[in-house]
Design a protein around this ligand. Structure first.
Ligand SMILES: NC(=O)c1ccc[n+]([C@@H]2O[C@H](COP(=O)([O-])OP(=O)(O)OC[C@H]3O[C@@H](n4cnc5c(N)ncnc54)[C@H](OP(=O)(O)O)[C@@H]3O)[C@@H](O)[C@H]2O)c1
Length: 273
């Protein structure tokens, strides 16, 4: 039986662990899962939620694990690698979900070449509807890539990125993306309320519109730009709304927002260590 060891048992680790247990019912050969987490209360909570083994000490936790998932904040990564680095064995795959931390940074901290997969999941992973961008460094074998894909697929879709420097763009589009969608829903809800709807009704209308439009776009071969054209009859209500969005330069504003997120990601990866 394979063994996955999470270093850090916070929100994202819990989402992935939950997804892994949901996908493979208990007793049908799932991986054993360990979690290294410094806080006793957090360890107790994890053990109450999942059949995992928890450890206060990362070095002990990674012993014999096939895969080590670094699920701590980026600024904690150097400290973690210092703690566990000497115990990492050749053949153990490292998956890092720390935003902005490069494979090179991890290898430098470990003072050797190591198979590292960088993963950028997003918040909908909590409901198994995430999307994760994955990058494998050149030391990864096919079986390492398959393993990373299998693990992250437990919380949604995965997509391979072939150049590591594009991971900041992934962070800016899908990692940060849920905030853009919440922003849109918030604005649609508030506008609905201003137009006389109750908050509950306006929220439901806005949320289901986002979910349904996403599902429709996924099921259609047509590009989203074409779908938008299709619902915009000349002189109609949608055309009136889109004219306002275009007039305010909303597409350019969104472009700038995504670029700002990408640049901030780059900045953080430079200052992480
Ligand atoms: N949440 C997201 O939507 C999202 C999306 C994409 C990527 N990420 C990335 O995922 C990583 C984790 O994010 P998160 O939201 O899960 O953060 P989080 O909830 O703060 O989880 C991090 C956990 O690691 C623990 N920890 C701290 N130092 C440790 C150590 N030396 N050894 C073991 N565990 C340690 C923390 O414990 P304490 O609380 O006691 O410090 C905390 O429980 C981050 O790097 C983030 O960039 C998150």
């Amino acid at each position: 039986m394979s063994c996955i060891c999470f270093i850090g048992g916070g929100n994202m680790a819990s989402a992935i662990i939950g997804g892994l247990y949901k996908r493979v019912p208990k007793g049908t050969g799932q991986s054993s899962i360990r979690v290294a987490e410094p806080l006793k209360a957090a360890r107790t909570q994890l053990e109450a939620r999942f059949p995992v083994e928890t450890f206060a000490d990362g070095k002990q936790a990674i012993e014999g694990a096939d895969t080590i998932i670094l699920a701590v904040k980026p600024q904690i990564i150097p400290q973690v690698l210092e703690q566990i680095g000497s115990k990492i064995q050749p053949g153990q795959l490292i998956i890092s979900i720390a935003a902005g931390t490069t494979c090179e940074t991890i290898e430098n901290e470990l003072h050797r070449e190591t198979a590292v997969v960088r993963a950028m999941p997003n918040l909908p992973a909590v409901v198994d509807a995430g999307i994760t961008g994955l990058y494998a460094n050149p030391h990864c074998r096919q079986k390492d890539k398959d393993r990373a894909k299998e693990i992250l697929s437990a919380v949604g879709q995965v997509i391979w990125i072939d150049k590591e420097n594009l991971m900041d763009a992934v962070t800016a589009v899908s990692g940060t993306g849920p905030a853009y969608v919440f922003y849109l829903v918030e604005a649609m809800r508030d506008a609905g309320v201003a137009a006389g709807l109750s908050t509950e009704t306006a929220t439901e209308l806005a949320l289901y519109t986002v979910i349904g439009s996403g599902q429709l776009a996924l099921s259609e071969p047509a590009d989203v730009a074409e779908l938008r054209q299709r619902v915009t009859s000349p002189g109609g209500t949608t055309a009136a709304a889109v004219a306002v969005l275009d007039g305010a330069g909303c597409d350019e504003i969104l472009r700038q927002a995504v670029i700002a997120a990408r640049d901030r990601g780059r900045e953080l990866s430079r200052t992480a260590l």
